[in-house]
Ligand binder design. Structure first.
Ligand SMILES: CC1=C(/C=C/C(C)=C/C=C/C(C)=C/C=C/C=C(C)/C=C/C=C(C)/C=C/C2=C(C)CCCC2(C)C)C(C)(C)CCC1
Ligand SMILES: [Fe+2]
Length: 322
């Protein structure tokens, strides 16, 4: 009954690893010279898989909460989704630094969950492991390229990254520490996991090595684009296809993109409006900052729906590791 294809299926996993290693090879050869390409690569990743991965949240929510196509149920969903976005949007205006902090922590959890939910650890250990993965994923590009990330954080939240302890004085030690904490967390997580995650430990050791090379050597926006588009978003889209199949309502990839089209397009219209309102066309750091703020605002309701999806799955099959 299950659609077997996930990010961990050999063909998909092999292609994603190859794409990542290609980025590492190009990046190692001249990471900062990738700069002029960075915005374009980021944009392509967001268009191809990044935005679509959240754009059928309404269909997922309808299944998870049993919503009908009635006005009342639709109002519940869109009202909830848009109110969460509006509240967080307002928070960016009144407290941008806190909003950025919240975004980083939410992202750590959300990215870690997508990567490691398949270990099926007990709830508390699972969540600590997700945060550890996220800290590794977001911390590395920050400490490897603080001079590229600093103007973006400044534009997003008025945060002075270069004044954070150790960022300019001991970046190598911070980088090593971020990798070590995650290797430690994976090792400890393994103790509490089903014995069948043995091979998963090897897979995750490979992932840590490949991702550390990606974030350590490649321009941070390009590295992020590769991770977000090729690992997080693609992986989630495959999970969604499995989810609908489990619901007895199989969806093909083409159908997914048809369903996702409208809500993929709408945020870009909003983004163009934001650029026009703030007159940031052509101002690269500001454009990147606005793109990320838009993503941040959509992350909150998206995360709530994804969390519920994983919880339902935990109830359904507590042990299986695949
Ligand atoms: C359904 C719906 C819709 C749609 C939705 C969507 C479309 C969603 C999406 C979602 C999404 C799409 C999500 C995402 C997420 C993402 C994330 C979460 C990210 C993060 C990131 C970060 C955090 C970064 C950082 C950094 C920087 C900034 C710089 C450089 C370095 C680094 C990388 C560190 C609408 C609203 C229309 C309507 C209603 C309903
Ligand atoms: Fe996501």
């Amino acid at each position: 009954m299950h659609n077997p294809v996930t990010l961990r299926s050999p063909r998909i996993y092999g292609s994603v690893l190859a794409l990542t290693l290609l980025a590492v090879a190009v990046g190692a050869w001249g990471s900062v010279s990738l700069g002029p390409w960075a915005l374009g690569v980021l944009f392509v990743a967001v268009v191809l898989t990044g935005m679509p991965h959240g754009a059928i949240d309404h269909l997922v929510a309808a299944r998870l909460w049993g919503l009908d196509p009635t006005w009342a149920d639709q109002a519940k969903f869109y009202g909830g989704y848009l109110v969460l976005m509006a509240l967080y949007g307002a928070l960016w205006i009144v407290a941008p630094a806190w909003s950025l902090g919240l975004f980083l922590v939410m992202t750590m959890y959300h990215f870690g969950q997508a990567d490691l939910a398949y270990w099926r650890l007990p709830p508390l250990s699972a969540r600590l492991l997700y945060l550890s993965r996220g800290l590794f994923l977001l911390g590395l590009p920050i400490v490897a390229f603080p001079e590229v990330v600093a103007p973006i954080f400044e534009a997003m939240g008025g945060v002075q990254l270069l004044e954070w302890p150790g960022v300019t004085t001991a970046p190598g030690a911070l980088f090593a520490g971020l990798v070590a904490q995650h290797l430690g967390a994976l090792g400890i997580g393994r103790l509490g996991a089903d014995p069948s995650v043995d091979w998963a430990l090897g897979r995750e050791a490979t992932n840590v090595a490949v991702l550390a090379a990606l974030f350590g050597l490649v321009h941070p926006l390009v590295a992020f684009a590769v991770f977000f588009g090729g690992w997080h978003a693609l992986g989630h889209i495959l999970e969604l296809l499995r989810f609908f199949r489990r619901q007895g309502d199989a969806m093909s990839m083409a159908q997914f993109y048809r369903e996702a089209f409208l809500f993929t397009a709408i945020p870009f219209v909003g983004l163009a409006g934001l650029y026009a309102a703030t007159q940031s066309f052509g101002l690269e750091d500001q454009m990147v900052a606005l793109l990320f703020i838009l993503i941040a605002i959509m992350t909150l309701p998206h995360m709530v729906i994804v969390e519920k999806m994983y919880r339902e799955r935990e109830k359904g099959a507590p042990q299986a590791v695949s």
